[in-house]
Design a protein around this ligand. Sequence first.
Ligand SMILES: Nc1ncnc2c1ncn2[C@@H]1O[C@H](COP(=O)(O)OP(=O)(O)OP(=O)(O)O)[C@@H](O)[C@H]1O
Ligand SMILES: [Mg+2]
Length: 381
Amino acid sequence: MKQYFPLVIATGSQFCNRKKERDLLLMRIKNNTHTWISAPRRFGKSSLACQVFEDGKKLKSLNLHHERIDLNVCINEKEVEGQIVKACEKLIGAIAPKTGVLNAIKGIFSRFQPELVTGTDGVVKIRLKSLSDNYEDVRENIIEVLISLDEIATKRKAKAVVLFDEFQQLSILEEGVSIEAAIRHSMELSKSLTYLFSGSNRHILAAMFNQEDRPFFRQLIKMDLGRINDADYTAFINKAAKKRWKKALSKDTLKRIVILTERHPYYVNYLCNLLWQESSPPSIKKVESQWNDIIEQMTSWYQSSTQKLTKNQQAFLRALSVQPTNQPQSHEFGERSGIKVASISRTIDSLAHEDLIYKDEEGFIRVIDPGLKHYFSLYKR
Ligand SMILES: Nc1ncnc2c1ncn2[C@@H]1O[C@H](COP(=O)(O)OP(=O)(O)OP(=O)(O)O)[C@@H](O)[C@H]1O
Ligand SMILES: [Mg+2]
């Protein structure tokens, strides 16, 4: 069955709108403006980048090639190097000519031996065999491979993009800062290779990119990803309903989906993914019962992820889940939450830092995760 609402990265017909962000990011790629894509967890950062790659591919004159480097899987510096080298091999293979490729890149590398290997799929690929496997060489190897890729792309009039996803992973490695410095050094020298950064832990990334003593201090332009607007999301969901059942959903059903999920892409996809497995379009009742099932399924996760919060933080989230506030310092909110006015400001800062709350356009403080909000308002009494 066709996946209308994937739980993994969404692109193409699965991707809803974000036209402004897509155009802006594509422009930055063209201009070699290195960007940090920032948003709360599961808001669509990786999907946006992948969609922009698809958009860019359609512009033939751009000659765009891209790779995503997922650092989440790396538990040491050598593995980071391995991921970067792998991405560069693929990009060089895509950019350099199919025949005489070794000749075309001859003389560029001093720390790697380029060679052709036949993969298990029978396809011939470029491999960059490291001439030194020493730990001390990781930094220099990363610099050489990234700079060489840029040189090859420039020579071939191609545009290359690397997306460093889950970049915060570097911060837990012993020598992570020296890898950051290597990537930053290569980035500074790049002409045809654009660097994008993303990750699921915003406050660690903010520390990496905004602290004066870190290599990436003031090196990137930040792009904040908000929620997809109501009209666009509603139209998108309805289009998927027409494709699935040849029938539009009722206005009220659509509204219910949008209200319950609060247009949080992960929850929209989770809910709709289950609803779209049914043989007929959902009623409001079905939407609600499915939503309740999701909350129930996720309850143990909500429990474990909020266990580490202080009593004040939990009390604040509970009060906010029942009703958002634009006057957190008021007597009324103090009464409602049971938190002393003197502690409110600190509680807000700490919850914002953890990406658990946000301020909407009207100045109301709200819980970011609609499922967690539901859990707090229903179960956590
Ligand atoms: N524009 C979009 N249209 C439709 N679905 C989307 C869109 N963006 C994201 N999604 C869906 O939302 C969920 C989260 O997307 P994605 O993995 O891209 O988010 P993320 O911000 O990179 O998450 P993480 O914080 O875990 O890295 C996925 O199920 C994805 O399919
Ligand atoms: Mg992601």
